[in-house]
Design a protein around this ligand. Structure first.
Ligand code: NAD
Length: 485
């Protein structure tokens, strides 16, 4: 019986490259059935706020697999990217991108005889991609970076399972925990916790800036790297550059129920409609989808043919030897079809599953909620109150002190995260928003009401923009100190 998947052609070059890839699948006798779904810019324009019809949503949620072309995000209409929304609402928590040197695709490294074979696993749902941003004052914009224990554990476990399945020896965690001690610190802590369950895999961690430097100077140091969302986004584009650019970068968005396979690149509006786009990235994404679906023979046959074709010097206009004639999108697909059954001289693949086989969709009765430690003790230690003001630090302190009662003491005032009171430097430049930190006095037990009461008192004298509780979880502070505190 044929497996049925949802296919969205996408916008711009999407339909051209999808057509080429499905033609290759057909010629390779891939036993898949396609349900084409209505999704993309034209559906936004037709008034579907999510960029897809209800029918498309139902089909994707039933089938669990979406193979999609790139989709345009309409500019300046207040709509969120359909690509990011799809990944988030369907909980495709792991973004896997495999980067390898391809014969016929010249790069600095291939010319130096250095083969690259790297996998980046990027957390796909959390971090700054929540898009939770606020203007606290006209001059100060703040974005929330959300890192959670369940979300981190899900993607990190996926990375270890992937490394095990592929027989990799090493997995690294990229992070910036030296600066972001609670967010990246938690991601790193969970990485080492889960690592204990995989003693056969050598683990390490590396600060993301050092990682970027090492990837461009010694990429052979790494086999697979797991990162949070934004850092993973940047590092994976860097890796795409190592192997020849976005035209060769596939991507799999894996979830427990729904998974999405797509190219990393966008709709290439500058060349859309001309039939000259390079279908390789979408084809590589399709090949990883075939493996995911257990169609490993098909995957190996098509991958070998692609590698053979590239080795022969066949190329679209965006890469390859400029002194030889390029082919168009369908010409490239036709060359791959003609080469089915051939294997490249270098780097041929065998039909081994290196992807997890798909799990069937199980439709939950309610949204799944995870709370990893509902019984943890929580003690309110104080509050950070963010205020709009152009007063000097000592003047803000006077206002803040005038609101004190016996439950609170004034601990610190900071501006852009740098302490300016009780001590600070006259050279610290200030903006029109400061943070006032009150902590509880000895022997006091604070309630949320106490905290909101002092914020309300303060708001009589100064514009309060935001408040944040300072909480101690099982004896550990759940908040950071100011620079200089
Ligand atoms: P882009 O990736 O579409 O194009 C960047 C450059 O790379 C262009 O010069 C383009 O011609 C070239 N290029 C990209 N893919 C190519 C291919 N297969 N063959 C040959 N050349 C190729 O990036 P952009 O211009 O920043 O974005 C255009 C649109 O795509 C935007 O609306 C953006 O939101 C959307 N986008 C969608 C996705 C997705 O669907 N996952 C990803 C990125 C961007």
């Amino acid at each position: 019986m044929k497996t049925k998947i949802a296919v969205a052609n996408g916008d711009g070059i999407g339909p051209e490259i999808m057509d080429a890839v499905l033609n290759i699948f057909k010629a390779a006798n891939v036993q898949l059935e396609y349900d084409f779904v209505e999704m993309g810019k034209s559906y936004f324009d037709a008034g579907h706020s999510t960029g897809m019809t209800e029918q498309a949503k139902a089909t994707i949620e039933n089938l669990g697999i979406l193979f999609k072309g790139p989709m345009e995000t309409p500019k300046g209409k207040g709509v969120k990217s359909i690509n990011v929304t799809a990944r988030k609402v369907w909980n495709t928590y792991a973004n896997q991108r495999d980067f390898r040197t391809l014969n016929g695709v010249d790069t600095v490294f291939s010319k130096a005889g250095m083969d690259i074979n790297l996998t980046i696993i990027r957390e796909n749902i959390e971090d700054t991609y929540g898009g939770i941003e606020h203007m606290l004052t006209n001059d100060v914009a703040v974005g929330r970076r959300i890192i959670t224990r369940p979300g981190s554990a899900q993607v990190i476990r996926y990375a270890f399972e992937m490394a095990k399945r592929k027989g990799l020896k090493k997995l690294a965690c990229g992070h910036k925990a030296n600066i972001m001690k609670l967010t990246d610190g938690m991601f790193l802590e969970i990485f080492y916790q889960i690592a204990k369950e995989y003693p056969q895999i050598e683990v390490s961690d590396i600060i993301v800036d050092d990682l970027c430097m090492k990837l461009v100077s010694r990429p052979e140091m790494f086999e697979a790297i797991v990162l949070t969302n934004l850092q993973g986004d940047i590092v994976s584009d860097l890796c795409a550059g190592l192997v020849g650019g976005l035209g060769f970068a596939p991507s799999a968005n894996i979830g427990d129920n729904i998974s999405i396979f797509e190219a990393v690149h966008g709709t290439a509006p500058d060349i859309a409609g001309r039939g000259i786009a390079n279908p390789t990235a979408l084809l590589l994404s399709g090949i990883s989808m075939l493996r995911f679906l257990g169609l490993t023979e098909n995957a190996a046959t098509i991958e070998n043919s692609l590698l053979y074709t590239l080795e022969q010097g066949v190329h679209t206009g965006d890469f390859g030897d400029r002194s030889t004639q390029s082919v168009n999108t369908q010409g490239f697909a036709d060359a791959i079809i003609a080469n089915l059954g051939k294997v490249p001289a270098n780097g041929s693949v065998v039909a081994q599953p290196n992807f997890e086989t798909r799990k069937p969709v199980t439709r939950p009765a309610q949204n799944k909620i995870t709370d990893t430690n509902p019984d943890i003790t929580k003690e309110i230690q104080g509050v950070d109150i963010f205020v709009e003001t152009t007063l000097q630090p000592a003047e803000i302190a006077e206002v803040a002190k005038s609101k004190l009662n016996d439950k609170f003491k004034l601990v610190m005032i900071s501006n852009r995260g740098t302490q300016v009171w009780p001590t600070g430097s006259i050279f610290t430049e200030l903006v029109n928003q400061s943070r006032i930190r009150y902590e509880k006095t000895d022997g006091t037990t604070l309630t949320p009401r106490d905290v909101f009461a002092i914020a309300a008192e303060l708001s009589d004298s100064i514009r309060v923009c935001s408040t944040e509780l300072l909480t101690i979880f099982d004896g550990k502070p759940g908040y950071s100190l100011a620079q200089g505190q």
